[in-house]
Design a protein. Sequence first.
Length: 345
Amino acid sequence: MRVALLTGGGDCPGLNAVIYAAVRKGINHYGDEFIGFLNGWRGVLDNNFIPLTLETVDGIQLTGGTILHSSRTNLKKIPGGVEKVQEVLKANKIDALIALGGDDTQSVTLFLSEHGVPSVGVPKTIDNDLNGTDQTFGFDTAVMNATEAVGRIHTTADSHNRVIVVEVMGRDAGWIAYASGVAGGAHVILVPEKDVDIDHVCALLKYNYDHGKHYGVVVVAEGCRLPEVGQVIDEAANLDSFGHARLAGVGEELANMIEKKTGYETRSVNLGHTQRGGVPTACDRLLGQRYGLHAIDMVHEKKWGRIAVLRGLDITDITIKEAIATNRRLDQRFFDVIADLEAKV
């Protein structure tokens, strides 16, 4: 078979591991040929691609980012987009398409599959919030990066007797905030699944100052809703092609609230894209390769409109429709962990 791959949405550690494994197994075990469209769905529209061979993918599983580059391109909003994709795939004699991406990218994969394009998906999001899978590759790397940063923040906050608010990624789900906050020893952890109680936050920080620890570290996910403010949106940024506003500044806004209510000097830092940068952890390299191996098997089993997922220790697959129907979010089990580690105030 002649198979095409693409990566859509934000970059993610482990993407190259998926590409590496799919191409390696496809060539060695199935005798496939591969091309990689550049810049996500935009590359398909522009017929912009590179050949993927054993030589071109050798060693890429060790590197971060994506050798295919990426974009946020919504084919459903482009007149004639589906027809153009079908035309490009036919011209390149493509028998199947493997799309690596989150819910936005996979909504396009599903749309194309429903319109006759033989395609399968691989879940990609450092937010770890795609429904139906226990973990997405890239999440472990993001947590490691964020945890290291939170650990470093402790020393500077302590040195200056400050509260420092660390903003991490997480639009709808607080997996990164939860994991890096717990692992990094944050005194307050705030996630989008629960509205922020600013009085409780300040009480937790006051406990520190009253008990000999004259500083505080707060981890907050970018999608958290603040009292009287809601989600903090970058008003200067346009909506992306999928209709999402850019979230930015909840850390700074929260820091201002804390300083006003407590009188403690409070600063904020937004970790931003540092969370998704750099080389993937061993966990993400292994997980990414397992996803890639399953994806090429799905192609040869003609499981169109389905996406690879991790269930327990097994890689299996579900319909893309199920995977993007809702977000996988933190529940009471994780709220209890946060609450049990908090000071009793």
